[in-house]
Design a protein around this ligand. Structure first.
Ligand SMILES: *Cc1c(COP(=O)(O)O)cnc(C)c1O
Length: 384
């Protein structure tokens, strides 16, 4: 079956007793044992919950992995994966990436003896140069949040494999509808399902998918031991959102392409980041490993004084953090999502005080453009 079909059918007829087309929400935290030493497969809800299990099976199939795991947030998912690392081990990681992931690898994990080197993982020589004998994982975000840098997943996975290290890919921006890292050689995929998978700005969740049984056993052990599992209600909401992922991604991309092209024609905009634009430096790599370009567009205003009036001037688009929902959001990474990253590093990767990130929603694209146009005009007027 194709991905679109699997998405739509997720959770259908999971309850043999009733034949419910929509999966039930099992709030039970504990399950009766048929007899001593026997189990229905469900004992205590931290270990497994029937509603969460449907979600976990669905994401595993979508990503082409062995097993999936659902967490209370994307950061809980990534933090659980980080448990695979021992004190003294080292990680090579994309230098432009989600601020929370940066904080975890830059501030939290070093306290536990796990260190990280941040490099442009799109530059394979830089990746090779950063490897150390104790390097145990390569963590790649592609396209990156927020400057849409592209890394070659297959080439990175090959470098890591030869070194005896795992490749972990944050697939939040593309989703399995657009990109399947495990099929390209990665070992572990992580998601902030809060974004496109949920898709409606109404559920905080994280997912992990692994390719092999041994890793699956270990992740399940850490998931249960640390306990940051996703609750049944949120698991249900996530499956509900995922059913429409394919149609949403198509429209997100359609709108985002129009917005990106429009932005390239604006004199107030000095730079546009979108993997689908002709000038994107690693567009060919992206096209080889993904289908579509996603719904995220970042751009740099020519002057920092315009940022405030533009963010304050939008009416339809909401000035807020997060991304991937049906409603368009505009974000200022320097003080919001990427505030944790020191200024020198931010400047080096382009997350400067003129950069604005747009999560292009599913409104009519002409209305989105009209809103941006009015905000730009307001910024020019503010200048006097
Ligand atoms: C939002 C995000 C995260 C963190 O996920 P939460 O659900 O907010 O914990 C991780 N990676 C990327 C790329 C994100 O956009």
């Amino acid at each position: 079956m194709r991905l679109e079909t699997r998405l739509v059918q997720a959770g259908n007829r999971q309850d043999p007793r009733t034949g419910a087309v929509v999966m039930p929400i099992h709030h039970a935290t504990t399950f009766a044992h048929p007899a001593l030493g026997e189990s229905t497969g469900f004992d205590y809800a931290r270990l497994a919950n029937p509603t969460r299990q449907v979600l976990e099976e669905t994401i595993a199939v979508l990503e082409g992995g062995r097993r999936g795991f659902a967490f209370a947030s994307g950061m809980a998912a990534i933090a659980c994966v980080a448990q695979l690392l021992e004190p003294g081990q080292h990680v090579v990681i994309s230098h432009d990436l989600y601020g929370g992931t940066f904080r975890l690898f830059h501030q939290i994990l070093p306290r536990l003896g796990v260190t990280a080197t941040f490099v442009d993982t799109g530059d394979l020589d830089a990746v090779k140069g950063a490897l150390r004998p104790e390097t145990k994982a390569l963590f790649v975000e592609t396209p990156t949040n927020p400057t849409m840098q592209i890394s070659d997943i297959a080439a990175c996975a090959e470098i890591a494999r030869r070194h005896g290290a795992w490749t972990i890919v944050d697939n939040t921006f593309m989703t399995p509808y657009g990109q399947r890292p495990l099929e390209l050689g990665a070992d572990i995929v992580v998601h902030s399902a809060t974004k496109y998978l949920g898709g409606h700005n109404d559920v905080l969740a994280g997912l992990v998918v692994v390719k092999d049984d041994e890793l699956a056993e270990r992740i399940h052990y850490y998931q249960n031991s640390l306990g940051a599992v996703l609750g049944p209600q949120d698991s249900w909401l996530l499956v509900r959102g995922m059913k429409t992922l394919a149609v949403r991604m198509e429209r997100h991309e359609h709108n985002a392409r129009r917005v990106a092209e429009w932005l390239t024609r604006q004199p107030m905009v000095s730079r546009v980041y979108y993997p689908g634009l002709e000038h994107h430096p690693r567009r060919a790599v992206h096209e080889r490993q993904a289908s579509g370009y996603g719904g995220m567009v970042s751009f740099e205003l020519a002057r920092p004084e315009w940022v405030g009036p533009v963010l304050g001037g939008v009416r339809l688009i909401t000035f807020a953090e997060s991304l991937g929902g049906v409603e368009s959001l505009i974000t200022y990474p320097a003080t919001q999502t990427h505030h944790e990253i020191p200024r020198e590093i931010r400047d080096a990767v382009g997350v400067n005080d003129r950069l604005v990130r747009l999560s292009v929603g599913l409104e009519h694209v002409e209305d989105i453009l009209t809103d941006l146009e009015a905000a730009f005009a307001a910024a020019r007027r503010a200048e006097g």
